[in-house]
Design a protein around this ligand. Sequence first.
Ligand code: RIB
Length: 336
Amino acid sequence: MATIRDVAKLAAVSVATVSRVLNNNGYVNKETKEKVQQAIQLLQYEPNTMAKGLAGKKTETLALVLPDISNPFFSEVARAVEDVAQLYGYTVVLCNTDSDTDKEQTYIQVMKRRYVDGMLFASNTLRAADVLMLNKANIPLVVLDRAPANVPCLVVRSKNNEGAKLAIRHLLDTGCRRIAHIYGPQETATGKERLIGYEEAVRSFPWYSPTLMEPGQFSIQGGMAAAEKLMERHPDIDGIFAGNDLMALGALKKLQQLGIPVPGRVSLIGFDGIELTRITEPELSTIAQPIYEIGATATRLLIKKIEGVQLENETYECEVELMARGSTRGNAEAGR
Ligand code: RIB
């Protein structure tokens, strides 16, 4: 692979002159600039972004660290991040951690060495020590969606607690009188806040019991298993709130396998607002997060930090929206 020195030799100029042409800074006369550009083309020279990083220059690269790229929620986030990054001339390196702390630590170290200009995390394992290390290394970061507690950084996420209460209120409004909750991993801020929202909304009812809650690991399989256990334990359940849409989709599948009509006998609502909720029969009611807005806002804030704007470490909480559709009683006929 040609180096900057090969280009300088072929164009019979100094390395410094080639660098000025590459970075478009400092004076280079027209004839010399053309010689250098011809040499770059002839040698197919690619500037080494790491070298630029080592020289303290911007690499125009962002790292996006996600816990589960197979979940449509995160692929929709990644879509927004790339759209906004591209608008401002940045490329995105995608890192999938499977919520594994060791994998995340490896990515942090690799991205730090590759001199990315900034990092976006959707993480429940990011530690305050990581944030302090990245701040010390002058690598700006923004956390989106699921932020661990007590991490000193900018955060963009949804109003999870309010969203859970909105889901319960909708189930109650449509006639449900014994509501269960399939919850996400409690090590995630999102799973935890939605469970708290559910408990705050139902614990005053005489029918409430902690046995109305079952974990579902934010997955389709987890939703299926949880729905089966809940219906065995409490056959009189007439409403289920799942802490994300994949678990709700699993619950829908299991209820239909058990011959339990949705919403005829059990109403069902999820959380996220991913496109898959529109292709089931009945269509799945859900609490929609502004997924694209979360990814886009986090990216714009990160680029502002990279470009020197001083921002406070505040948390941006986005509004969520009830999407009432066929899986909740009272809307089946409406098909909304
Ligand atoms: O579906 C994945 C879940 O993990 C979403 O609810 C999102 O908020 C993330 O925390």
